[in-house]
Design a protein around this ligand. Sequence first.
Ligand SMILES: [Zn+2]
Length: 162
Amino acid sequence: MEDLDFMREALSLARQAAELGEVPVGCVITRGTEIVGRGYNRRETDKSALAHAEIQAIDEACRALGGWRLWECTLYVTLEPCAMCAGAILSARIPRVVYGASDRKFGACRSVCSLFDMNFNHHPQVVSGILEEESAALLRAFFQNLRVELRSRPKWRKPAGE
Ligand SMILES: [Zn+2]
């Protein structure tokens, strides 16, 4: 299995999120050729701001491997990690991060800031742009559908005369 194969797994988890009406982001964590953690965005389902794909995958991987240090692992995620998730990646000592699409609004690995280049005690290697177009297309389709759906809901229509 290579980066592309694991990103395909992450992408299929992102599709699961989309099916639940969640912003489609998916994540897998590997050790060697084995997937040890999986996650997808569940913020609406769990009603939690913390329910990002990466946090769930890190939690699952820690349980699977029986410890909080994921220093032999690679994290694959379809969207550039935010500051919270990049912080969790540092805390878990994950040495390598592979992501698909950039996140200009929240990305903390390059777009808004580069947390991994800052003066922390740990500096994960970052590979970006793997399955970027597929990951971004999934997000675009989700937000397009959401706009159409919101427009069709009466409560979201502006009152007449505005
Ligand atoms: Zn995040």
